[in-house]
Design a protein around this ligand. Structure first.
Ligand SMILES: [Zn+2]
Length: 390
């Protein structure tokens, strides 16, 4: 399903490019300056494929297999002989809480990972030939309608919990990865469980972190009616049990718009600039909602404010060109029970997935990331884990 005012139609795309040209000029040069402007999109894509494809036939890190699970190392060795694809699809991973060791039980903390688990994931990605990219790289590819380099991966963390800086950053540094922190701006510094503004500035100053938006104060659930389920506040008209009244659509739209404005102005106040990306709370985009119009209003509003929006899938999906055209990108949600080998398996399966977020078919031309379907062991995956947010 395309989005109002920002769909795949060429007219909409041109309007999008015009509307975001000013934003592009304001991007940090250090983020996008590594690329020289391409003489043509096709030539740039071919050059990127040649430049990165050659490296995919050998380990990216000397001795990268040394401390990996032996079964995973075997799988990865087998995968190296495969040619790289040039179809330019992107892998986006999404993490939440990060615990040091010893970590608390996964019971009640399912949407979390441990530092050693994260380190294994990143090591696997390196060994499998993935290279980290930044939001600015993804944004630039979207503006130019150009493919991402083969085996590009964007690492993201939601909610701005303290472990992302205290624990995850050291792992990112050691593995040579960058990441995006999607902040709930009213939660920053609110409690010890969340990063503080000085910490956020340190994250950005490290060069390893970009900041994304995850609402100001609309990351919670509200009653959707009397005896009705709790739903994501961002796309739901709130039922007030004290007055037995339902928030009007106009009031809900004003609330949502104000929340976006407040989040952006808070980031500006903290001198963190204008974020390129927004992550939907609870990955709720189209519903459930008690209003047929409000989710589309949120999609329309967020698409005008953020050229890139993210939502999660489990099992994960790769970002397809049709997703890029809309600017609503799927992420793999990673949780405590996902080992590095599990994650590799999921990526390989998604490599053959042929539908986009919008449900549109992806043209089939072999494995999109150059990962072969084959003899990897079948693994039992974790329990169902719909995204509970915090
Ligand atoms: Zn969240």
């Amino acid at each position: 399903m395309s989005e109002p005012g920002d769909g795949g139609a060429q007219m909409g795309r041109r309007r999008f490019i015009q509307a975001t040209a000013a934003l592009a000029s304001g991007l940090a040069i250090s983020s996008i300056g590594r690329y020289s402007p391409p003489p043509s999109v096709a030539r740039a894509a071919a050059a990127a494929t040649r430049a990165t494809g050659a490296d995919l036939t050998r380990p990216q890190v000397p001795g990268a297999f040394g401390s990996l699970d032996p079964a995973l190392a075997t799988v990865l060795r087998r995968g190296y002989a495969l040619p790289a694809s040039d179809s330019g699809q992107l892998l986006v991973l999404n993490y939440h809480k990060v615990f040091g060791e010893p970590a608390p039980s996964p019971v009640g903390n399912a949407i979390s990972v441990t530092v050693s688990q994260l380190a294994q994931h990143l090591q696997m990605l390196r060994a499998a030939g993935f290279r980290p990219v930044r939001l600015a790289d993804v944004y630039r590819a979207r503006l130019l309608d150009a493919p991402m380099p083969p085996r590009s991966v964007l690492i993201t963390f939601d909610d701005g919990t303290a472990g992302q800086w205290i624990h995850a950053d050291a792992v990112l540094r050691q593995a040579g990865f960058t990441a995006v922190a999607f902040l709930i701006t009213s939660f920053v510094g609110k409690a010890a469980a969340f990063v503080s503004w000085p910490e956020v500035r340190s994250m950005v100053a490290s060069g390893r972190w970009e900041i994304g938006d995850h609402t100001h104060n609309d990351h919670h659930t509200v009653p959707s009616g009397p005896s009705m389920p709790m739903e994501s506040a961002l796309i739901t008209r709130a039922w007030n049990p004290r007055t037995n009244t339902l928030e009007t659509l106009a009031a809900a739209e004003t609330r949502v718009r104000s929340d976006f404005d407040l989040s952006l102005s808070t980031l500006q106040r903290e001198r963190l600039g204008r974020p390129l990306a927004f992550a939907y709370p609870f990955s709720r985009v189209d519903g459930p909602s008690n209003d047929p119009v409000l989710p589309d209003f949120v999609k329309d509003t967020s698409s005008k404010l953020f050229p890139l929006r993210f939502t999660n899938f489990s099992p994960g999906r790769l970002v397809a060109p049709a997703d890029m055209a809309v600017g609503l990108l799927p992420r793999f949600e990673v949780h405590r029970l996902v080992t590095a080998l599990d994650l590799y398996e999921q990526i390989r399966e998604a490599n053959y997935s042929r539908t986009t977020v919008a449900g549109q078919p992806v043209p089939s031309s072999g494995p999109v990331l150059g990962l072969e379907r084959g003899a990897a062991p079948t693994l039992a995956h974790g329990a169902d884990h719909s995204h509970p947010g915090l």
